[in-house]
Design a protein around this ligand. Sequence first.
Ligand SMILES: NC(=O)c1ccc[n+]([C@@H]2O[C@H](COP(=O)([O-])OP(=O)(O)OC[C@H]3O[C@@H](n4cnc5c(N)ncnc54)[C@H](OP(=O)(O)O)[C@@H]3O)[C@@H](O)[C@H]2O)c1
Length: 297
Amino acid sequence: MRRLFPSPFPAARPADQRLHDGGGADGGGGADDAGGGWSLDALADAYAYPAAPRRWLRANMVGSLDGAAHHGGRSKPLSSAADMRVFGVLRALADVVVVGAGTVRHEGYRPARSRPAFAARRAAAGQGPAPAIAVVSGSLRLDFGRPLFTEPAVPTLVLTGAAAPADRVAAARAAGVEVLVAGEGEDVDPARVVGVLAERGLTRQLTEGGPRLLGQFAAAGVLDELCLAVSPRVALGGAPRVMEGPEVAVPAEYVLESVLEEEGFLFTRYLWAGPEGGRGTPEGPGPGTTSAPESAE
Ligand SMILES: NC(=O)c1ccc[n+]([C@@H]2O[C@H](COP(=O)([O-])OP(=O)(O)OC[C@H]3O[C@@H](n4cnc5c(N)ncnc54)[C@H](OP(=O)(O)O)[C@@H]3O)[C@@H](O)[C@H]2O)c1
């Protein structure tokens, strides 16, 4: 893996060499070793959350060259070993992974693992052994007998609306799942999700989509960072883009933070420019996060 931006090369170097240089001490960027492989530690440093934010919501998604967010209902055909490495590192840095119920159902989500490679880093950051998974669902049409709910290293949470079906809420609780309310109707208010989780001390937030949930976070102005992997594949078909939702009045602006590359995959990192053209929300909650969090407990 090598860094393309910010450029690891002297400014005088021709642009066409930047993408094709073979890596190594001179050509591959600071953390690159001679083979172009970054250690997990180097990747974790590169993707570190901003220091002491009130809360920070980062998304990690992969999209094909033609914009598809899945192929045959799964993201794996668009992914690669490097993509999975970044995926694992982003999880290892997070307090909580927020994911829509559609993705849980399609991808057969399992609990996040506690990984020895990150144990010391997590302990030093005051984090438990693995991030909690927080599933967003209005219907609670989830199989609470699955390992995601029965075998997590850290209890899995469910975020839903106050008017969620009572029998499904009861089923979740009977299975020992904690149900958090973050919306007045059946649906969750995406802007409240970040506050509800931050109130529990889960401030380093990662969402893995899917497209419908991520579109709502972006539209609500609470998405601080997008880690978008551009997969060098063409999927065609009717798959959604990495974000779905109604067109916004004015396209939101994001600022490029970094680009890594491995085997044709671009690992981009964009920060939301914010309503005033500022840089995300490192010091405080973003717009829409002021409502008091509630718990159904
Ligand atoms: N390329 C990638 O990186 C990537 C990442 C993730 C997923 N995917 C793909 O995306 C596909 C799934 O897409 P999707 O858009 O359907 O996924 P999604 O956003 O994960 O799931 C949508 C579901 O989440 C729940 N939900 C979302 N917003 C809600 C809200 N405000 N309030 C209450 N519930 C809410 C609803 O569940 P209920 O129906 O239970 O109410 C809704 O049906 C899969 O094929 C997956 O492979 C790709």
